[in-house]
Design a protein around this ligand. Structure first.
Ligand SMILES: [Zn+2]
Length: 374
């Protein structure tokens, strides 16, 4: 038996390096049949005889059994006996746990005493001594540990406090301190965490973003960190505009469907530059008659196109376009060559992207290629 214990201790040392793991990380939920318990490197802390045992939070485990709830400490001792006083029970944070009764939320302490009576339409866990609460209008405020509303209900969004500050707002965000005083006006598209009285802010001007570092009580120091992202937005918009004009041009001379190379590209027969192909189709759809969510018809020749997103990997979904029915057009497009210059893509997807440079002029190279007549 001693040998077996030694083996497990070695195994635990391997998995739970004390240098990087806190004591709280050393507790593991385990199952025995339908029941759950808690196990640690020192052995079984809570035997697997309960319906559910949560992770450790603030040194306590929330345990559920036969519809009742109890809290256990890190030694596996019951600190709040099984009861069904409340409709739901939350994990402890900073010494208090959320409880709900008759759709109102309040807080209990670790002796089970109700220290803040259930009165809130919603309450989040305490964080830095403050808990975000909601009123009947779904507006957020914040209370202290005595249950006093320190920050009035007036925010449609209010984050938990972090390093003394919380983010509020909708599309635009601002920052308040723990007294509810606005320290950064509601003007920013995003706001980072406050560290050493400084934080990163972003603002949207038209289509573009600007980033800077704001010092609490001071001003924003703008930088050029968004230049690369803005250049991508600029290329994207320039591309969309070019694609729209191109389709308009083809329609002024019949319809795009009559161009062999256009059809080839739009149905993505070569696995290339799919982002550009997708965006070209998005612009093309504007000119088509919508038959249903995924079926579109060319009003000029009657060609019917279908679209479906196909998953290629966990994060890669590609829009596949197919011609469901050829319309009544006369084929006047030049033959598709291989390799085709479309390999460049409208935004230089393949070659230029790899080289790290974009040349918007390649849009015209591709458009001219697609529109070449036989
Ligand atoms: Zn057509």
């Amino acid at each position: 038996m001693a040998t077996l214990v030694y083996f497990f201790q070695k195994l635990l040392q391997f998995f739970f390096n004390p240098e990087i793991m806190s004591d709280e990380d050393n507790f593991i939920q385990f199952n025995k049949g339908e029941k759950m318990g808690i196990w640690s490197s020192r052995g079984i802390v809570i035997p697997a005889i309960y319906d559910f045992v949560g992770f450790i939070y603030d040194g306590t485990f929330l345990v559920e059994d036969k519809g009742k709830h109890a809290y256990f400490n890190r030694l596996g001792e019951i600190i709040i006996p099984f009861n069904d006083i409340y409709d739901s029970y939350g994990d402890f944070a900073e010494g208090l746990a959320r409880v709900r009764i008759n759709d109102k939320w309040g807080f209990i302490n670790k002796t089970g005493k109700e220290v803040i009576a259930p009165q809130f339409y919603f309450a989040e866990n305490f964080c830095e001594g403050m808990a975000i609460v909601k009123n009947h209008d779904n507006l957020n405020g914040a209370i202290n540990k005595q249950g006093a509303l320190i920050i009035n209900y007036k925010f449609s969004y209010l984050s938990a406090f972090k390093n003394g500050f919380a983010v509020f707002g909708n599309d635009k965000h601002g920052l308040i301190n723990k007294l509810g005083k606005v320290v950064l006006p509601q003007e920013y598209s995003s706001i980072g965490d406050v560290n050493d009285n400084k934080l990163i802010v972003r603002i949207k001007e038209g289509n573009y973003y600007k980033e800077g570092v704001f010092t609490i009580g001071g001003t924003v120091d703008w930088n050029n960190n968004m230049d690369t992202a803005n250049e991508k937005i600029r290329l994207y918009n320039a591309y969309k505009k070019e694609a729209r004009l191109f389709i308009e041009k083809l329609y002024s001379d019949g319809c795009p469907c009559s161009y062999k190379r256009f059809r080839h590209y739009i149905v993505w027969k070569e696995p290339i530059s799919f982002e550009d192909q997708e965006l070209l189709f998005v612009e093309f759809i504007i000119f088509l008659e919508k038959l249903d969510a995924n079926t579109f018809r060319c009003k000029t020749c009657g060609t019917i196109y279908t679209q479906a997103y196909k998953q290629y990997s966990i994060s890669l979904w590609v829009l596949n376009v197919a011609i469901k029915q050829n319309g009544n057009y006369t084929d006047n497009g030049a033959a598709v060559l291989n390799p085709i210059p479309v390999n460049l893509g409208f935004k230089g997807y393949k070659l230029e992207k790899i080289e790290g440079t974009y040349f918007i002029t390649s849009t015209n190279v591709v458009l001219n290629y697609l529109a070449e007549k036989s």
